[in-house]
Design a protein around this ligand. Structure first.
Ligand code: CTP
Ligand code: MG
Length: 596
């Protein structure tokens, strides 16, 4: 058990836990004296327990807080209430009760179903608060909302303004990390969605556990990142003990598909039909790891559910561990991921390009290299060598996922030996990969040094838990070339802007959003309409290479037309052809990224 939990109570309030954890993180920067690392399993157990005593209640607005608090606190003790809105503008309160018994009480005494013949009732942790006519109970207590509008992502324009005002590139990197990282309510909601799945499917599948993994829990998640879920059967030794003589009858599946393809197909149907909030359900069963994709409208989450992918969970644990070793790892990774997204190296959907996961491995690998003072991160081989009996984990298909779990046991000499600033590290990251021999060498965090490529894949990044696999085998030659080109561009940009500060695109700004794109986006916002217009509405066929001024005048014209509600179909259908100009590239990028 980690030091933190030896001194604290099991029902430690999360704020307390977060503060301690943040303290640990920052202390790691300055001294090694305070070793208060919380192991991944404990963090997740805490989050699961929190979800088991929480409910999400839809309300009419945030001002329903007092009434909801007054009503619920008559029956149960409330720890905290967090408010958030989804993109449809609906309001929700996430209520955390003091214990699970409280939650059972309130559900038994206060919950009801709708009397509607078209609806088959179901129980899940997502409810709504019915309005009443007449007297309403309201709380007299001074209790306040723990957070208001907690799920909203940072305003991009504001973020860019703040970044422009930073003193150093290191400050910019840190600010980007702090403003965009997944927050407490973001994590809570992810565990609520997992809890909902468990509750709905528990009657059909006994002893199932639904766990978030990937960026929702590995410490590299940003607000709005997708939710990866894994469903597993957890049968303890006692449950399968031969001394127990009454054994449940089971149903064996016999058919063409593998049993779990069939079960996932069923789960997809059930999600569509029975899970409140689940929509756009799609079963992708022929992939290497079959998944069910769906959107959860009550929480605004895009979910990918798979079965028994415990190696994915152990991989998340490994990333969590590396991110916790040194306080610079996560901010640096955020900067790299954000740059990759901005230059179009990564995309929101999968394809023949690199994704965030291999990109993160590239950052870790870079931090394993010895530079002035030493390396920042140890190799994975080192973590395996330091593991003990308590660290043994075997995933599906007998995959050995054993490595040191508790960083309190990591010798201080094994990490954080280099003390370079974040800005230096970011520049060195691009410089390192500008010179990397992608043609002949593979990236291996297992060794901490590059190895000869086992095959001709354009980009080869060894899967640390399954070393015969390349996590970037999907990347095409063209995309790899583009990655190399953008790395060189970024190195060049940083080299010039580290010396020569404070132009419009200085430091991180030039990497994550060029001024041309910023200006264009601002121009495309029409007054107070709070919506963006489509680029195709703005240009004419007969114009090539328009200037920003040209765009401005068209916008004004467009705005005028909109406000007077003129519908000039000829004008609206007109399009412009761009020919290789910077502006055309930016417009294309904005349009492709669906910003408009
Ligand atoms: N994973 C893996 N092996 C792969 C790809 C993914 O083990 N070849 C695991 C990793 O733990 C990864 C998780 O699956 O974190 C989810 O993958 P993905 O959603 O692609 O990456 P995330 O880390 O969640 O990043 P993002 O924010 O882009 O979703
Ligand atoms: Mg993910």
């Amino acid at each position: 058990m980690s030091v933190l939990f030896q001194t604290g109570k099991l029902h430690l309030p999360i704020r307390h836990f977060r503060n301690k954890f943040i303290k640990f993180q920052s202390l790691k920067c300055s001294s090694d004296a305070a070793k208060k690392f919380v192991v991944f399993d404990e963090v997740n157990a805490l989050r699961r327990a929190q979800a088991q005593r929480s409910l999400v209640v839809q309300v009419s607005s945030e001002s329903s807080f007092k009434e909801l608090y007054g009503y619920c606190s008559k029956y149960a003790t409330i720890s905290d209430i967090h408010h958030y809105k989804n993109t449809s503008g609906e309001h929700f309160m996430l209520i955390e009760f003091e214990n699970e018994e409280n939650l059972t009480n309130i559900l038994q005494q206060c919950s009801s179903h709708q009397k509607d013949l078209d609806v088959m009732p179901i129980q899940s942790p997502f409810l709504w608060f019915r309005a009443v006519v007449g007297s309403k109970e309201s709380a007299n207590s001074s209790k306040e909302l723990a957070i208001k509008d907690g799920n909203c992502c940072v305003d991009e324009d504001l973020l860019l303004e703040e970044l422009a005002k930073c003193e150093t590139v290191s400050d910019q990197i840190m600010l980007l990390y702090q403003r965009t990282m997944l927050n407490d309510i973001g994590i809570r909601l992810r565990f609520m969605v997992a809890r909902q799945m468990e509750m709905i499917f528990q009657s059909l599948y006994s002893n199932i556990v639904v766990q978030p993994f990937g960026s929702s829990v590995n410490g590299f998640g940003k607000m709005g990142c997708d939710l990866d879920l894994v469903l597993t059967n957890v049968l303890t030794k006692e449950m399968t003990s031969a001394s127990r003589r009454l054994v449940y009858q089971d149903k064996k599946y016999e058919g063409r598909r593998t049993p779990w393809q069939r079960h996932l197909e069923l789960i997809a149907h059930l999600l569509q039909l029975r899970a409140p909030g689940a929509s756009r359900v799609q079963a992708i069963l022929n992939a290497r790891v079959p998944i069910v994709k769906y959107s959860h409208d009550l929480t605004d989450l895009d979910c990918d559910l798979c079965y028994n992918n415990t190696s994915g969970v152990y991989m998340s644990e490994l990333l969590w561990l590396y991110g916790s070793v040194d306080a610079r790892v996560r901010p640096l990774t955020f900067a790299v991921r954000r740059w990759a997204r901005a230059v179009g190296i990564t995309q929101p959907h999968p394809g023949r390009w690199v994704t965030n996961f291999p990109l993160t491995l590239m950052v870790l690998f870079f931090l394993q290299q010895t530079r002035s003072g030493g390396a920042i991160l140890p190799s994975f081989k080192y973590l395996v060598n330091k593991s003990g009996r308590e660290d043994i984990r075997i995933a599906e298909e007998n995959l050995n996922c054993t490595f040191l779990r508790d960083l309190n046991k990591l010798p201080a000499s094994a990490f954080g030996q280099n003390t370079d600033k974040l800005e230096t590290l970011l520049f060195q990251f691009f410089e390192f990969y500008s010179q990397f021999d992608f043609q002949e060498r593979a990236i291996s965090i297992n060794e901490g040094t590059s190895i000869r490529k086992p095959n001709a894949s354009p980009l080869y990044i060894v899967n640390p838990l399954e070393q015969a696999m390349n996590v970037s085998r999907n990347v095409s030659y063209e995309e790899c070339e583009r990655l190399k080109l953008e790395i060189r561009n970024a190195a060049w940009h940083l080299e010039t802007s580290l010396d020569n500060k404070k132009g419009d695109d200085w430091g991180l700004l030039g990497l994550i959003e060029k001024k041309t794109a910023r200006g264009l986006k601002q121009l495309l916002r029409l007054g107070n309409l709070q919506r963006l217009v489509s680029v195709k509405d703005l240009f004419k066929d007969d114009e090539n290479e328009p200037s920003t001024e040209g765009i401005k005048s068209k916008l004004q014209k467009f705005g005028k037309n909109k406000s007077t509600e003129k519908t000039d179909s000829d004008e609206k259908s007109e399009k412009v052809k761009f020919k290789n100009s910077q502006i055309a590239k930016e417009v294309f990028r904005i349009r492709r990224d669906k910003i408009l």
